[in-house]
Design a binder for this molecule. Structure first.
Ligand code: UDP
Length: 238
């Protein structure tokens, strides 16, 4: 194709909620299939793709602990939720003929591969989509931090954070019609103004390693591929 490729290797981070469609909970297979098709359109360009999927559509540690559950146990439940989401995404991608590996930070040999950095790099070189599951494997972290960690380890050029809005705003655009989208914003401004792109540890880890975060809307059909080509609206945090 004549399309110039800006990125060779990227990480796509989506929340668990992105997979639940209009439901209030869990997984909506047609929604998973739609996102898988977005990933395929980028994979078709020859881009090497890592994915991290959250677990909030099934379980969040903080919610569990707010209701009296022991925090670390609740966090492990959240991590297990991300494994379910990763398996659903794997299934949809393979339906589209894309080779994938689910790689878990918590070994689960019958279900997926354990995380071994060199092995994961090799998968990427062979154009397999690597879906990193179980977050960082540690309680008190989030899948945003896991995404930043894996993106650094895999030498990704950027993290693409697919959300419901087309970038980072100075106020909540769903509440305030005056809210303005940043084209570009610094890591420090995100932290100082609590702009809610990702949690603070994820932002700091990206900042300290010069890893750009591109926030875009995953609801826009063809959005992921367009954003990779530098089209459409998004915010770049760098
Ligand atoms: N989690 C964790 N350590 C990690 C990643 C995730 O303990 O490294 C737990 C945490 O309880 C979190 C849950 O897994 O609430 C689901 O992840 P997250 O909230 O990041 O999902 P998202 O909001 O992206 O759907």
């Amino acid at each position: 194709t004549g399309e110039k490729r800006r990125y060779d290797r990227v990480l796509l981070k989506i929340s668990g909620e992105a997979l639940m469609g209009d439901q209030g909970y869990g997984l909506n297979p047609p929604t998973v299939q739609r996102i898988a098709a977005e990933v395929k359109s980028v994979h078709d360009l020859g881009v090497e793709i890592c994915m991290v999927i959250g677990g909030g559509n099934i379980f969040r540690g903080l919610q569990g602990s707010a209701q009296g559950m022991e925090r670390t146990t609740a966090d492990y439940m959240g991590m297990l939720a991300t494994v379910m989401n990763a398996l659903a995404m794997q299934s949809s991608l393979e339906e589209l003929g894309i080779h994938t590996r689910v790689i878990s930070a918590i070994p689960m040999d019958q279900v997926c591969e354990p995380y071994i950095r060199r092995r994961a790099v090799r998968h990427l070189e062979k154009k397999r989509v690597c879906i990193f599951a179980a977050g960082t494997g540690n309680p008190y972290f989030t899948t945003d931090t896991a995404a930043t960690l894996r993106a650094n380890e895999m030498s990704c050029q950027a993290i693409f954070k697919g959300t419901k809005v087309d970038g980072v705003y100075d106020r909540d655009p769903k509440i305030d019609p005056e809210a303005r989208r940043y084209a570009e914003v610094s890591y420090d401004e995100v932290l100082q103004k609590h702009l809610g792109v990702m949690d603070a540890s994820a932002i700091a880890l990206a900042r300290d390693n010069d890893l750009p975060i591109i926030v875009f809307s995953l609801d826009e059909p063809g959005g992921f591929r367009g954003i990779l080509a530098g089209e459409g609206t998004f915010t770049i945090v760098r």
